[in-house]
Design a binder for this molecule. Structure first.
Ligand SMILES: C[S@@+](CC[C@H](N)C(=O)[O-])C[C@H]1O[C@@H](n2cnc3c(N)ncnc32)[C@H](O)[C@@H]1O
Length: 190
């Protein structure tokens, strides 16, 4: 019997073509509205930005990304919070988020929670993936502490360059934004 060998680089190239990085797969059985490459890129961003003191996600949906971020929070020893207006969506995994110490809040535009988090933590990473990404970035970018990062998912689908004009944000790792069918844009707050 022939022994198993790692695939040739040429074969891997086909696997790594953009289209093969599908959205709508699952992470530990939880449906994702993003793809696995995003976990790789987010991991790189966190490894390169050890000064961040917290992570806030807007728009948890069913919570796959919230679980992933919660694991990073434990690894880095920083708090993770998430916002979701339809809390029922998170019911099947609330026990996981609780064990990961991920706090869940409702509407990101109500209650001043993001401002409070920033006030307590300083530079954080804010991930905008709620119902109105442009409004989320425009509302919260100006209140983020210098050194923070802000990301928006669905780049060029739901949020566009003109939405972030005039906010004074510096693109970060721009070559990666649309790589591998990801669609996640990130800026530095200076
Ligand atoms: C695109 S989905 C999030 C996808 C999720 N992050 C993922 O990748 O699996 C957007 C979610 O944002 C929620 N949402 C919409 N407006 C919101 C708001 N103002 N505050 C918090 N969540 C909101 C919606 O209920 C929906 O579940």
């Amino acid at each position: 019997m022939k022994s198993w060998r790692p695939p040739e680089i040429k074969a891997l190239r086909a696997v790594n073509s953009d289209k093969s990085w599908s959205w709508n797969t699952r992470f530990i059985g939880v449906p994702m509205l993003h793809n696995y490459w995003q976990y790789h890129e987010m991991g790189r961003i966190l490894e390169l930005n050890r000064h961040l003191n917290g992570i806030a996600e807007i728009g948890a949906w069913k919570g796959a990304l919230s679980i992933y971020l919660g694991l990073w929070g434990i690894r880095l020893g920083i708090p993770v919070i998430t916002f979701e207006t339809d809390r029922q969506l998170l019911a099947p995994i609330e026990h996981i988020l609780k064990r990961l110490s991920v706090r869940i809040y409702g509407d990101c535009f109500e209650g001043g929670r993001i401002e409070e988090f920033i006030g307590q933590r300083g530079p954080i990473w804010l991930i905008c993936d709620g119902g109105d990404k442009a409004r989320e970035v425009r509302t919260f970018a100006p209140v983020l502490a210098p050194g923070s990062l802000i990301s928006a998912h669905d780049w060029l689908y739901e949020i566009f360059p003109h939405d972030v004009e005039g906010l004074g944000l510096t693109p970060y790792r721009e070559d990666e934004w649309m790589a591998m069918n990801m669609g996640l844009a990130t800026w530095r707050v200076v």
